[in-house]
Design a protein around this ligand. Sequence first.
Ligand code: URP
Ligand code: ZN
Ligand code: ZN
Ligand code: ZN
Length: 466
Amino acid sequence: MTTTAIRGGLVITAAEETRADVLVEDGKVAALAAPGSAFAQGRQADRTLDATGKYVIPGGVDAHTHLDFPFGGTASSDDFETGTRAAAWGGTTTLVDFAVQSRGQALREGLDRWHAKADGKCAIDYAFHMILSDVNEASLKEMDLLVGEGVTSFKLFMAYPGVFYSDDGQILRAMQRAAGNGGLIMMHAENGIAIDVLVEQALAAGRTDPRHHGEVRKALLEAEATHRAIALAQVAGSPLYVVHVSAEEAVAELARARHKGLPVFGETCPQYLFLSTDNLAEPDFEGAKYVCSTPLRPREHQAALWRGLRTDDLQVVSTDHCPFCFSGQKELGRGDFSKIPNGLPGVENRMDLLHQAVVDGHISRRRWIEIACAAPARMFGLAPHKGTIVPGGDADLVIYDPHAEQTLSAATHHMNVDYSAYEGKRVTGRVETVLSRGEVVIDRRKFTGRAGHGRYVPRTTCQYLT
Ligand code: URP
Ligand code: ZN
Ligand code: ZN
Ligand code: ZN
Protein backbone atom coordinates (compact mmCIF):
# COMPACT_ATOMS: atom_id res chain seq x y z
CA MET A 1 0.00 0.00 0.00
CA THR A 2 1.57 3.31 -1.06
CA THR A 3 0.73 6.53 0.69
CA THR A 4 1.05 10.04 -0.64
CA ALA A 5 0.67 13.30 1.26
CA ILE A 6 -0.27 16.48 -0.59
CA ARG A 7 0.81 19.26 1.72
CA GLY A 8 0.19 22.96 2.11
CA GLY A 9 -2.56 23.54 -0.48
CA LEU A 10 -5.96 25.17 -0.38
CA VAL A 11 -8.40 22.27 -0.76
CA ILE A 12 -11.45 23.34 -2.77
CA THR A 13 -14.59 21.27 -3.20
CA ALA A 14 -18.07 22.33 -4.26
CA ALA A 15 -18.95 22.52 -0.56
CA GLU A 16 -15.97 24.26 1.05
CA GLU A 17 -12.48 25.66 0.91
CA THR A 18 -10.03 24.60 3.62
CA ARG A 19 -6.31 24.67 4.17
CA ALA A 20 -5.51 21.01 4.63
CA ASP A 21 -3.09 18.24 3.85
CA VAL A 22 -4.62 15.41 1.84
CA LEU A 23 -3.46 11.91 2.67
CA VAL A 24 -3.83 9.29 -0.05
CA GLU A 25 -3.67 5.57 0.65
CA ASP A 26 -4.11 2.79 -1.83
CA GLY A 27 -5.73 4.95 -4.47
CA LYS A 28 -8.25 6.54 -2.10
CA VAL A 29 -8.38 9.70 -0.07
CA ALA A 30 -7.60 8.50 3.45
CA ALA A 31 -7.86 11.75 5.38
CA LEU A 32 -7.87 15.53 5.27
CA ALA A 33 -5.79 16.89 8.09
CA ALA A 34 -4.85 20.29 9.47
CA PRO A 35 -1.75 21.56 7.63
CA GLY A 36 1.38 19.79 8.84
CA SER A 37 -0.50 17.30 10.99
CA ALA A 38 -0.91 14.38 8.57
CA PHE A 39 2.25 12.75 9.85
CA ALA A 40 1.26 13.41 13.43
CA GLN A 41 -1.57 10.96 12.94
CA GLY A 42 1.02 8.22 12.86
CA ARG A 43 0.94 7.68 9.10
CA GLN A 44 4.23 7.92 7.26
CA ALA A 45 3.81 8.98 3.64
CA ASP A 46 5.96 7.32 0.95
CA ARG A 47 5.74 10.43 -1.14
CA THR A 48 5.04 14.07 -0.41
CA LEU A 49 3.74 16.52 -3.00
CA ASP A 50 4.14 20.19 -2.20
CA ALA A 51 1.02 22.23 -2.94
CA THR A 52 2.09 25.41 -1.15
CA GLY A 53 0.46 28.40 -2.83
CA LYS A 54 -1.65 26.09 -5.01
CA TYR A 55 -5.14 24.67 -5.01
CA VAL A 56 -5.91 21.01 -4.43
CA ILE A 57 -9.10 20.24 -6.35
CA PRO A 58 -10.99 17.11 -7.39
CA GLY A 59 -10.10 15.79 -10.82
CA GLY A 60 -12.50 17.09 -13.44
CA VAL A 61 -15.42 14.98 -14.64
CA ASP A 62 -16.18 15.58 -18.32
CA ALA A 63 -19.58 14.02 -18.93
CA HIS A 64 -19.72 14.60 -22.68
CA THR A 65 -16.99 13.39 -25.04
CA HIS A 66 -16.89 11.65 -28.42
CA LEU A 67 -13.64 9.70 -28.80
CA ASP A 68 -13.11 7.53 -31.87
CA PHE A 69 -16.57 8.59 -33.01
CA PRO A 70 -17.69 7.94 -36.62
CA PHE A 71 -19.58 11.05 -37.69
CA GLY A 72 -20.05 13.26 -40.73
CA GLY A 73 -18.33 10.83 -43.09
CA THR A 74 -15.18 10.62 -40.97
CA ALA A 75 -14.21 9.88 -37.34
CA SER A 76 -13.21 12.16 -34.48
CA SER A 77 -9.44 12.50 -34.41
CA ASP A 78 -8.81 11.64 -30.74
CA ASP A 79 -9.11 8.00 -29.79
CA PHE A 80 -9.33 6.71 -26.23
CA GLU A 81 -5.54 6.82 -25.82
CA THR A 82 -4.88 10.35 -27.08
CA GLY A 83 -8.16 11.77 -25.77
CA THR A 84 -7.80 10.51 -22.22
CA ARG A 85 -4.14 11.58 -22.11
CA ALA A 86 -5.12 15.10 -23.20
CA ALA A 87 -7.89 15.08 -20.60
CA ALA A 88 -5.33 14.24 -17.90
CA TRP A 89 -3.10 17.11 -19.06
CA GLY A 90 -6.09 19.38 -18.58
CA GLY A 91 -6.91 18.16 -15.06
CA THR A 92 -9.80 15.89 -15.99
CA THR A 93 -9.69 12.40 -14.47
CA THR A 94 -13.03 10.91 -15.54
CA LEU A 95 -14.75 10.96 -18.93
CA VAL A 96 -18.23 9.80 -19.80
CA ASP A 97 -18.13 9.05 -23.52
CA PHE A 98 -21.02 8.19 -25.83
CA ALA A 99 -21.33 4.61 -27.06
CA VAL A 100 -23.47 4.48 -30.20
CA GLN A 101 -26.32 2.22 -31.22
CA SER A 102 -26.34 2.36 -35.02
CA ARG A 103 -29.57 1.94 -36.95
CA GLY A 104 -30.67 -1.71 -36.99
CA GLN A 105 -28.19 -2.60 -34.26
CA ALA A 106 -28.77 -3.82 -30.72
CA LEU A 107 -27.63 -1.58 -27.87
CA ARG A 108 -25.42 -4.47 -26.78
CA GLU A 109 -23.49 -4.46 -30.07
CA GLY A 110 -22.84 -0.75 -29.82
CA LEU A 111 -21.78 -0.93 -26.20
CA ASP A 112 -19.45 -3.88 -26.86
CA ARG A 113 -17.86 -1.91 -29.68
CA TRP A 114 -17.17 1.05 -27.42
CA HIS A 115 -15.73 -1.19 -24.72
CA ALA A 116 -13.38 -2.63 -27.34
CA LYS A 117 -12.34 0.87 -28.45
CA ALA A 118 -11.51 1.94 -24.87
CA ASP A 119 -10.24 -1.22 -23.24
CA GLY A 120 -6.55 -1.01 -22.36
CA LYS A 121 -6.14 2.44 -23.91
CA CYS A 122 -7.22 4.93 -21.28
CA ALA A 123 -4.98 7.04 -19.06
CA ILE A 124 -7.90 7.99 -16.79
CA ASP A 125 -11.17 6.39 -15.70
CA TYR A 126 -14.13 6.36 -18.05
CA ALA A 127 -17.78 5.44 -18.28
CA PHE A 128 -20.37 5.33 -21.05
CA HIS A 129 -23.69 6.87 -21.97
CA MET A 130 -25.59 5.19 -24.81
CA ILE A 131 -26.80 7.01 -27.93
CA LEU A 132 -30.14 5.57 -29.03
CA SER A 133 -30.63 5.92 -32.76
CA ASP A 134 -33.16 3.12 -33.21
CA VAL A 135 -35.86 3.19 -30.55
CA ASN A 136 -37.96 0.04 -30.96
CA GLU A 137 -39.39 -2.73 -28.75
CA ALA A 138 -36.08 -4.56 -28.53
CA SER A 139 -33.93 -1.53 -27.74
CA LEU A 140 -36.45 -0.31 -25.14
CA LYS A 141 -36.10 -3.64 -23.32
CA GLU A 142 -32.33 -3.46 -23.56
CA MET A 143 -32.35 -0.09 -21.81
CA ASP A 144 -33.32 -1.87 -18.57
CA LEU A 145 -30.36 -4.25 -18.88
CA LEU A 146 -27.92 -1.40 -19.53
CA VAL A 147 -29.11 0.53 -16.48
CA GLY A 148 -28.37 -2.61 -14.46
CA GLU A 149 -24.84 -2.67 -15.90
CA GLY A 150 -24.03 0.93 -15.06
CA VAL A 151 -24.94 2.60 -18.34
CA THR A 152 -27.64 4.74 -16.80
CA SER A 153 -28.10 7.56 -19.33
CA PHE A 154 -29.32 7.60 -22.92
CA LYS A 155 -28.89 10.32 -25.50
CA LEU A 156 -31.65 10.98 -28.00
CA PHE A 157 -31.52 13.37 -30.96
CA MET A 158 -34.24 15.69 -32.19
CA ALA A 159 -31.67 16.72 -34.84
CA TYR A 160 -29.82 14.87 -37.64
CA PRO A 161 -32.77 13.25 -39.53
CA GLY A 162 -31.66 10.00 -41.15
CA VAL A 163 -28.69 9.62 -38.80
CA PHE A 164 -29.42 9.75 -35.07
CA TYR A 165 -32.89 11.36 -35.21
CA SER A 166 -35.81 10.02 -33.17
CA ASP A 167 -39.37 11.21 -33.73
CA ASP A 168 -41.58 12.42 -30.89
CA GLY A 169 -43.23 9.02 -30.49
CA GLN A 170 -39.87 7.28 -30.13
CA ILE A 171 -38.74 9.95 -27.70
CA LEU A 172 -41.87 9.55 -25.60
CA ARG A 173 -41.45 5.77 -25.48
CA ALA A 174 -37.81 6.03 -24.42
CA MET A 175 -38.74 8.57 -21.74
CA GLN A 176 -41.51 6.30 -20.43
CA ARG A 177 -39.01 3.47 -20.22
CA ALA A 178 -36.52 5.68 -18.40
CA ALA A 179 -39.26 6.75 -15.98
CA GLY A 180 -39.59 3.07 -15.05
CA ASN A 181 -35.94 1.99 -14.97
CA GLY A 182 -34.22 5.01 -13.43
CA GLY A 183 -32.37 6.02 -16.61
CA LEU A 184 -31.68 9.64 -17.46
CA ILE A 185 -32.65 10.86 -20.95
CA MET A 186 -30.12 13.28 -22.43
CA MET A 187 -31.49 15.36 -25.27
CA HIS A 188 -29.91 16.98 -28.29
CA ALA A 189 -32.63 19.62 -28.58
CA GLU A 190 -32.80 21.16 -32.05
CA ASN A 191 -35.66 20.85 -34.54
CA GLY A 192 -33.71 18.88 -37.14
CA ILE A 193 -36.59 18.52 -39.59
CA ALA A 194 -37.02 22.29 -39.89
CA ILE A 195 -33.25 22.86 -39.91
CA ASP A 196 -32.82 20.48 -42.86
CA VAL A 197 -35.32 22.54 -44.87
CA LEU A 198 -33.36 25.71 -44.11
CA VAL A 199 -30.08 23.97 -45.00
CA GLU A 200 -31.48 22.95 -48.38
CA GLN A 201 -32.75 26.47 -49.06
CA ALA A 202 -29.45 28.08 -48.01
CA LEU A 203 -27.38 25.81 -50.26
CA ALA A 204 -29.78 26.33 -53.20
CA ALA A 205 -29.30 30.09 -52.77
CA GLY A 206 -25.51 29.72 -52.80
CA ARG A 207 -25.06 30.41 -49.09
CA THR A 208 -22.41 27.73 -48.58
CA ASP A 209 -19.91 29.26 -46.11
CA PRO A 210 -19.43 27.99 -42.55
CA ARG A 211 -21.23 31.00 -41.07
CA HIS A 212 -24.50 29.77 -42.65
CA HIS A 213 -24.30 26.73 -40.38
CA GLY A 214 -25.04 29.13 -37.52
CA GLU A 215 -27.73 30.95 -39.43
CA VAL A 216 -29.87 27.93 -40.34
CA ARG A 217 -29.61 26.31 -36.89
CA LYS A 218 -31.69 29.03 -35.33
CA ALA A 219 -31.88 29.75 -31.60
CA LEU A 220 -35.67 29.58 -31.90
CA LEU A 221 -35.40 26.00 -33.21
CA GLU A 222 -33.23 25.08 -30.20
CA ALA A 223 -35.75 26.70 -27.85
CA GLU A 224 -38.70 24.98 -29.56
CA ALA A 225 -37.08 21.57 -29.29
CA THR A 226 -36.11 22.23 -25.67
CA HIS A 227 -39.70 23.17 -24.86
CA ARG A 228 -41.02 20.06 -26.64
CA ALA A 229 -38.53 17.77 -24.89
CA ILE A 230 -39.56 19.19 -21.53
CA ALA A 231 -43.25 18.64 -22.35
CA LEU A 232 -42.64 15.05 -23.47
CA ALA A 233 -40.61 14.33 -20.32
CA GLN A 234 -43.38 15.80 -18.17
CA VAL A 235 -45.96 13.59 -19.91
CA ALA A 236 -43.72 10.54 -19.46
CA GLY A 237 -42.88 11.40 -15.85
CA SER A 238 -39.16 11.17 -16.55
CA PRO A 239 -36.25 13.45 -15.71
CA LEU A 240 -34.50 15.21 -18.58
CA TYR A 241 -30.96 16.48 -19.14
CA VAL A 242 -30.51 18.81 -22.12
CA VAL A 243 -26.99 18.67 -23.58
CA HIS A 244 -24.94 21.48 -25.12
CA VAL A 245 -27.38 24.33 -24.46
CA SER A 246 -26.27 27.42 -26.38
CA ALA A 247 -29.29 29.73 -26.88
CA GLU A 248 -30.56 32.22 -24.34
CA GLU A 249 -34.12 31.19 -25.29
CA ALA A 250 -33.34 27.56 -24.46
CA VAL A 251 -31.99 28.55 -21.03
CA ALA A 252 -35.29 30.36 -20.46
CA GLU A 253 -37.21 27.14 -21.22
CA LEU A 254 -35.08 25.22 -18.71
CA ALA A 255 -35.50 27.92 -16.07
CA ARG A 256 -39.26 27.95 -16.55
CA ALA A 257 -39.46 24.16 -16.14
CA ARG A 258 -37.22 24.18 -13.08
CA HIS A 259 -39.24 26.92 -11.44
CA LYS A 260 -42.27 24.65 -11.87
CA GLY A 261 -40.30 22.04 -9.94
CA LEU A 262 -39.72 19.66 -12.85
CA PRO A 263 -36.61 17.41 -12.77
CA VAL A 264 -35.06 19.13 -15.77
CA PHE A 265 -31.32 19.75 -16.02
CA GLY A 266 -29.04 21.57 -18.45
CA GLU A 267 -25.46 21.43 -19.66
CA THR A 268 -23.49 24.01 -21.55
CA CYS A 269 -19.94 23.89 -22.94
CA PRO A 270 -16.92 26.22 -22.93
CA GLN A 271 -17.31 26.97 -26.64
CA TYR A 272 -20.68 28.62 -26.02
CA LEU A 273 -19.28 30.61 -23.10
CA PHE A 274 -16.11 31.85 -24.82
CA LEU A 275 -16.70 31.72 -28.60
CA SER A 276 -19.41 33.14 -30.87
CA THR A 277 -20.70 33.53 -34.42
CA ASP A 278 -17.76 35.92 -34.94
CA ASN A 279 -15.57 32.81 -35.05
CA LEU A 280 -17.90 31.05 -37.50
CA ALA A 281 -17.56 34.09 -39.77
CA GLU A 282 -13.75 33.93 -39.92
CA PRO A 283 -12.61 34.20 -43.58
CA ASP A 284 -10.88 31.63 -45.82
CA PHE A 285 -13.02 28.76 -44.52
CA GLU A 286 -11.41 29.16 -41.05
CA GLY A 287 -14.96 29.35 -39.68
CA ALA A 288 -15.22 25.58 -40.26
CA LYS A 289 -13.06 25.11 -37.15
CA TYR A 290 -16.01 26.34 -35.11
CA VAL A 291 -18.80 24.28 -36.69
CA CYS A 292 -20.63 22.29 -34.04
CA SER A 293 -24.26 21.66 -33.13
CA THR A 294 -25.95 23.29 -31.37
CA PRO A 295 -24.03 26.10 -33.11
CA LEU A 296 -22.07 28.98 -31.64
CA ARG A 297 -24.40 31.93 -31.04
CA PRO A 298 -24.01 35.72 -31.20
CA ARG A 299 -22.04 36.99 -28.19
CA GLU A 300 -25.20 38.36 -26.56
CA HIS A 301 -26.27 34.82 -25.59
CA GLN A 302 -23.27 34.35 -23.29
CA ALA A 303 -24.64 36.45 -20.43
CA ALA A 304 -27.69 34.16 -20.15
CA LEU A 305 -25.43 31.08 -20.02
CA TRP A 306 -23.26 32.56 -17.26
CA ARG A 307 -26.38 33.61 -15.37
CA GLY A 308 -27.84 30.11 -15.74
CA LEU A 309 -24.64 28.64 -14.32
CA ARG A 310 -24.83 30.99 -11.33
CA THR A 311 -28.56 30.42 -10.64
CA ASP A 312 -28.32 26.64 -11.15
CA ASP A 313 -30.69 26.68 -14.10
CA LEU A 314 -27.66 25.07 -15.80
CA GLN A 315 -25.86 22.50 -13.67
CA VAL A 316 -22.97 21.13 -15.72
CA VAL A 317 -20.22 22.29 -18.07
CA SER A 318 -18.94 19.47 -20.30
CA THR A 319 -16.84 19.82 -23.43
CA ASP A 320 -18.73 17.84 -26.09
CA HIS A 321 -15.14 17.15 -27.18
CA CYS A 322 -15.51 15.92 -30.78
CA PRO A 323 -12.34 16.96 -32.64
CA PHE A 324 -11.88 16.94 -36.39
CA CYS A 325 -8.68 18.18 -38.00
CA PHE A 326 -9.00 21.26 -40.18
CA SER A 327 -6.86 19.57 -42.78
CA GLY A 328 -8.66 16.65 -44.42
CA GLN A 329 -11.68 16.58 -42.09
CA LYS A 330 -13.25 20.03 -41.66
CA GLU A 331 -12.23 20.55 -45.30
CA LEU A 332 -14.81 17.97 -46.39
CA GLY A 333 -17.29 20.83 -46.21
CA ARG A 334 -15.55 23.37 -48.47
CA GLY A 335 -18.30 24.72 -50.71
CA ASP A 336 -21.06 23.08 -48.61
CA PHE A 337 -21.25 23.93 -44.91
CA SER A 338 -23.60 20.97 -44.30
CA LYS A 339 -20.71 18.58 -45.06
CA ILE A 340 -18.38 20.04 -42.40
CA PRO A 341 -18.09 17.42 -39.64
CA ASN A 342 -19.75 18.86 -36.53
CA GLY A 343 -17.68 19.13 -33.39
CA LEU A 344 -15.00 21.05 -31.50
CA PRO A 345 -11.93 19.98 -29.54
CA GLY A 346 -11.72 21.04 -25.90
CA VAL A 347 -11.28 18.18 -23.42
CA GLU A 348 -7.89 19.60 -22.37
CA ASN A 349 -9.10 23.19 -21.98
CA ARG A 350 -12.24 22.97 -19.85
CA MET A 351 -10.79 23.23 -16.33
CA ASP A 352 -8.55 26.15 -17.33
CA LEU A 353 -11.28 28.06 -19.17
CA LEU A 354 -13.63 27.68 -16.22
CA HIS A 355 -10.87 28.84 -13.88
CA GLN A 356 -10.52 31.86 -16.15
CA ALA A 357 -14.27 32.39 -15.56
CA VAL A 358 -13.45 32.57 -11.84
CA VAL A 359 -10.70 35.12 -12.56
CA ASP A 360 -13.14 37.09 -14.76
CA GLY A 361 -15.76 37.11 -11.98
CA HIS A 362 -18.44 35.02 -13.71
CA ILE A 363 -18.48 32.26 -11.07
CA SER A 364 -16.98 31.55 -7.65
CA ARG A 365 -14.18 29.05 -7.03
CA ARG A 366 -16.58 26.59 -5.44
CA ARG A 367 -19.04 26.95 -8.33
CA TRP A 368 -16.11 26.15 -10.67
CA ILE A 369 -15.64 22.84 -8.88
CA GLU A 370 -19.38 22.25 -8.73
CA ILE A 371 -20.07 22.62 -12.46
CA ALA A 372 -16.86 20.88 -13.60
CA CYS A 373 -16.52 18.06 -11.04
CA ALA A 374 -19.20 17.56 -8.40
CA ALA A 375 -22.38 18.17 -10.41
CA PRO A 376 -21.47 15.93 -13.36
CA ALA A 377 -20.43 13.20 -10.90
CA ARG A 378 -23.77 13.36 -9.07
CA MET A 379 -25.79 13.82 -12.28
CA PHE A 380 -24.36 10.63 -13.77
CA GLY A 381 -24.07 8.41 -10.70
CA LEU A 382 -20.33 8.66 -10.04
CA ALA A 383 -20.42 10.28 -6.59
CA PRO A 384 -18.96 10.11 -4.03
CA HIS A 385 -16.01 8.29 -5.64
CA LYS A 386 -15.59 11.00 -8.25
CA GLY A 387 -16.03 14.77 -8.29
CA THR A 388 -15.12 15.62 -4.70
CA ILE A 389 -12.38 15.16 -2.10
CA VAL A 390 -13.71 13.01 0.72
CA PRO A 391 -12.23 10.21 2.84
CA GLY A 392 -13.05 6.96 1.05
CA GLY A 393 -13.40 8.65 -2.34
CA ASP A 394 -11.05 7.96 -5.25
CA ALA A 395 -7.82 9.95 -5.05
CA ASP A 396 -8.48 11.73 -8.35
CA LEU A 397 -6.79 15.00 -7.48
CA VAL A 398 -5.27 18.02 -9.19
CA ILE A 399 -2.67 20.41 -7.85
CA TYR A 400 -3.67 23.60 -9.63
CA ASP A 401 -1.51 26.72 -9.86
CA PRO A 402 -3.96 29.64 -9.89
CA HIS A 403 -1.25 32.21 -10.71
CA ALA A 404 0.53 30.58 -13.67
CA GLU A 405 -0.14 32.29 -16.99
CA GLN A 406 -0.47 30.30 -20.21
CA THR A 407 -1.43 30.79 -23.83
CA LEU A 408 -3.71 28.13 -25.29
CA SER A 409 -2.39 26.84 -28.60
CA ALA A 410 -2.30 23.84 -30.90
CA ALA A 411 1.49 24.12 -30.70
CA THR A 412 1.44 23.09 -27.04
CA HIS A 413 -1.79 21.14 -26.53
CA HIS A 414 -1.94 17.36 -26.37
CA MET A 415 -5.19 16.72 -28.22
CA ASN A 416 -4.73 14.94 -31.54
CA VAL A 417 -6.08 17.76 -33.66
CA ASP A 418 -4.30 20.32 -35.84
CA TYR A 419 -5.87 23.47 -34.42
CA SER A 420 -7.04 24.97 -31.14
CA ALA A 421 -10.46 26.60 -30.94
CA TYR A 422 -8.82 28.96 -28.41
CA GLU A 423 -5.58 29.68 -30.31
CA GLY A 424 -3.71 32.54 -28.65
CA LYS A 425 -6.09 32.94 -25.72
CA ARG A 426 -4.26 33.95 -22.52
CA VAL A 427 -5.54 32.32 -19.36
CA THR A 428 -4.49 32.55 -15.74
CA GLY A 429 -4.17 29.19 -14.00
CA ARG A 430 -2.64 25.88 -14.98
CA VAL A 431 -2.72 22.23 -14.02
CA GLU A 432 0.53 21.26 -12.36
CA THR A 433 0.14 17.70 -11.07
CA VAL A 434 -2.65 15.15 -11.50
CA LEU A 435 -3.40 11.96 -9.59
CA SER A 436 -5.74 9.28 -10.89
CA ARG A 437 -6.71 6.85 -8.11
CA GLY A 438 -3.56 7.84 -6.28
CA GLU A 439 -1.18 7.38 -9.23
CA VAL A 440 0.58 10.51 -10.41
CA VAL A 441 -0.30 10.77 -14.11
CA ILE A 442 0.91 14.34 -14.62
CA ASP A 443 3.95 15.24 -12.51
CA ARG A 444 4.78 18.95 -12.54
CA ARG A 445 3.83 19.23 -16.24
CA LYS A 446 5.27 15.87 -17.34
CA PHE A 447 3.06 12.97 -18.41
CA THR A 448 3.82 10.00 -16.17
CA GLY A 449 0.63 8.02 -16.77
CA ARG A 450 0.08 5.10 -19.08
CA ALA A 451 -2.50 3.73 -21.45
CA GLY A 452 -4.45 1.06 -19.60
CA HIS A 453 -4.29 2.64 -16.15
CA GLY A 454 -7.80 4.04 -16.66
CA ARG A 455 -10.64 1.73 -15.68
CA TYR A 456 -14.23 1.42 -16.81
CA VAL A 457 -16.53 2.76 -14.08
CA PRO A 458 -20.09 1.41 -13.92
CA ARG A 459 -22.46 4.13 -12.74
CA THR A 460 -25.48 4.28 -10.45
CA THR A 461 -28.55 6.24 -11.52
CA CYS A 462 -28.78 10.05 -11.35
CA GLN A 463 -28.08 11.23 -7.81
CA TYR A 464 -30.05 14.47 -8.24
CA LEU A 465 -33.28 12.54 -7.88
CA THR A 466 -32.71 10.63 -4.64
O1 URP B 1 -21.29 19.19 -33.02
C1 URP B 1 -21.36 18.32 -32.17
N1 URP B 1 -21.93 18.61 -31.02
N2 URP B 1 -20.83 17.10 -32.40
C2 URP B 1 -20.95 15.98 -31.57
C3 URP B 1 -22.26 15.28 -31.69
C4 URP B 1 -23.32 15.89 -30.80
O2 URP B 1 -24.38 16.24 -31.29
O3 URP B 1 -23.10 16.03 -29.60
ZN1 ZN C 1 -25.61 16.57 -29.63
ZN1 ZN D 1 -33.81 29.78 -11.94
ZN1 ZN E 1 -21.95 15.55 -28.24
